[in-house]
Design a protein around this ligand. Sequence first.
Ligand code: NAI
Ligand code: MG
Length: 505
Amino acid sequence: MAIADPVSTATDTLKVYRHYIDGRSVAPAGDRYYETFDPFVAKPWAMVAQGDARDVERAVQAAHRAFNEGPWPRLTASQRGALLLRLADLIGPESRRLAEIEVRDNGKLLAEMAAQTAYMANWYRYYGGLADKIEGAVIPTDKADTFNFTRHEPLGVIAAIVPWNSPLLLSAWKLAPALAAGNTVVIKPSEYTSASILEFMRLIEAAGFPPGVVNVVTGFGPEVGAPLAEHPLVAKIAFTGSDRTGQLIYQSAARGLKRVSMELGGKSPNIVFDDAEIDNAVKGVISGIFAATGQTCIAGSRLLVQRSIHDDFVKRLVAFARTAKMGNPMDAGTQVGPVTNLAQYRKILEYIDIAKGEGAIAVLGGGKATRPECGSGWFVEPTIFVGVKNAMRIAQEEVFGPVLAVIPFDDDEHAIAIANDVQFGLAAGVWTQDMRRALNMSTRLRAGTVWVNTYRAVSYLSPFGGYKRSGLGRENGQDMIREYLQTKSVWISTAAEVPNPFVMR
Ligand code: NAI
Ligand code: MG
C-alpha cells in the first residue's frame, strides 16, 4: 500500500493519507478519514486517517518492539549516525516537492518553505555526526577496589507532537536528536498538516531505518495526541504548540512521571531604540511579524519603540508594510500568504476586534483581506495597532497572525520593564548601534533567544527554547541530545573477595 493513494470522491480527486506504522501504510482502526484543506482556496485537497487510541496503541507497540528487538538496538552509534547522514542526503532532491505539499496544507510561502525543507537536512546531518561522539566518563571513585563508569543510554519510545506552522522542520528538531541517541519515535502531526510528514516516511525507508523506528499516527489532539502522551510505554514527550495543550500534556506526563520538552510560543518584544539604523529596524520589525503571516512562535508581535522616534517609525513601517503583495503562496512574487486554517483565521479576526474594543487604533489593515488576488482564501490584512498599552490582551496573548501591537517607551529601564512584563519569554529583538546597550539588554531580557540588529535567526547549532510560559527544555545544538538520553552509572568491584556484610567498614 502506498503512503498516499488517489481516490475519486463525488466532487473531486483527493489523495488519501493513512498512518505509517511499523514500516507500512496502515488504515485507521475506525476506518474514518477527515478532509485536509488548502487555505489558499479554502477547499479540501486530501483525506487523512482520523486515528484513535487503537492506532496509537499499535504504533507505540511497534516503536517499543523496534527499541527492544530487531536490528535497531544492535546498531552501533556510528551505524545509526550513517543512517541519519544518508537521510540528510536524500532530503535535498526531495525538498521542493515536500515544500509544495506543506504549502498546500498550511499556505505558507513556497519560497520560505522550500528554503526551510532544504535547510532541514542540516539537523539530520548534524545529529548524525554527533551520534558516535556521545561519551561517558570514568569516575575517580572514593571506594577501594571499585571501578565506576557512566554510559548515556536512550530513553525508549519518544512521542513527538508537532504543530502546523513548520511541520517537517519542527519534527526534525525532535526526530534527529531522538534517533541519533538510539530512541524510537511516534510522531503525531497537526491535524491541519499531516501530509508532508507521511511523505517524508518514504525517505526514512529509503535511508534504511528499520520498521517501527519511526511511526506516524494522524488525527485530532484529544483522539490521538492525548492517548499518545498518556501511553505508559512512552518515555518522553517532545511538544511544540500552544501553552494550553502544553499544560494538558504536562499533566499527563506528570501522571506517568515522563520527561517532557516543550516549546509553547510567545509574545516577543522587538525593541527599537532611537539610535538604531532605522531602515534596518523597519525591515527587521516587518519580517518579525509578517513573515509566515505571523504564524510563528518567534513572531515579534510587540513592537517597543522609543517615544522620540515613535511617530516617524510607525509611518515608515506602515509605508513599507503596504507594499506587501498578498496572494497565491505558490507564486514567487507573493509576500504574504493566507492563514493556515479556518479556526486560526477566526481567532485572528477575533483578536483584531478585541484590540479595537480595548481602544487600540489600527493604522494599517484591521480585518480580513478582500483583495481580488486573495480569492476565497483565509487571508487577513497585515495589521498594525498603535495606542496599545502593555496590559491589553492584544499585548499579552499570542495571536499567531499578522497583527503587530506598537507600544512606546522612554528609556532602557522602561523598555526592559515592558518587555519582561508578559507571561511568555521565547525571544526578543533589540535594535541599537550602542554595543553596551545591546549587551545590557541581552542580559536583562527574560527570553530564550535575543537578537541584536537582526531577527529570526535560528540554527541547528544553537540552543532554542523558552523562558517562563514559553516552554521547558531546549532544542538544537550539541548539549540538547541529552534531552533524549539518560545516564547509567556502572560499578564494578575489582576486589578478590566480597567483604562480610555484617562487619561495618
Ligand atoms: P495545539 O497546541 O492545540 O496543537 C499542537 C499539536 O498538539 C497538534 O498536533 C494537536 O493535534 C496536538 N494536541 C491538541 N490537543 C492535544 C491533547 N489534548 N493532547 C495531546 N496533543 C494534543 O495548537 P493548535 O490548536 O493547532 O493552535 C492553537 C494555537 O496554538 C495557535 O493559535 C497558536 O497561538 C498556538 N500555536 C503555537 C505554535 C508554536 O509554534 N509555538 C504552533 C501552533 C500553534
Ligand atoms: Mg491544511
